[in-house]
Write a protein that binds this ligand. Structure first.
Ligand SMILES: [Zn+2]
Length: 151
């Protein structure tokens, strides 16, 4: 019958708009706040901060010429606190985007409990005789997300 097509049958010109999940932001907010507190000195010293797809991204190697040297001394290349991803520089942040986004999703699931769950997962692997970082369940998930994003 003409005119009886449902909306689901009509072709869509654009993908559906993803609405922010405010509950996930609130749930992870204590972790994001901790990250922002830790990052405050970096921001005051000239690190770059921007927002991408609802996630705050901070590049330690900001506008100052001193920062690339400091960024190389960091004990990590990138780290995530809630909805804040901190990385040594923009290239590193691009390289680790999928990995760190998986950590953001983990924070959205676990909230502040992630601060306990992550080290507990490392301790569990250590007690089992496995490398605590590489075998950590959350890192395994993040590497899987990274691998599927590069396909
Ligand atoms: Zn990771």
């Amino acid at each position: 019958m003409p005119g009886s097509e449902t909306r689901a049958q009509l072709p869509s010109a654009a993908p559906p708009v993803q609405r922010p999940n405010w509950r996930a932001y609130l749930w992870a907010a204590p972790c994001t706040a901790c990250g922002l507190l830790l990052a405050a000195p970096l921001l005051l010293a000239g690190a770059s901060l921007w927002r991408r797809d609802g996630i705050l991204v901070l590049s330690v190697a900001g506008k100052s010429r001193q920062w690339p040297r400091l960024a190389r001394r960091l004990p990590f290349v990138a780290i995530t606190f809630g909805h804040l991803v901190i990385g040594a520089n923009p290239a590193v942040l691009r390289r680790w985007r999928a990995h760190e986004r998986e950590h953001v999703r983990q924070y959205e699931r676990w909230g502040a409990l992630f601060f306990l769950a992550y080290p507990a997962a490392s301790l569990w692997q250590l007690l089992r005789g496995y490398p605590p970082y590489a075998s950590n369940h959350f890192e395994v998930q993040a590497r899987a997300a990274e691998a599927s994003a590069s396909l």
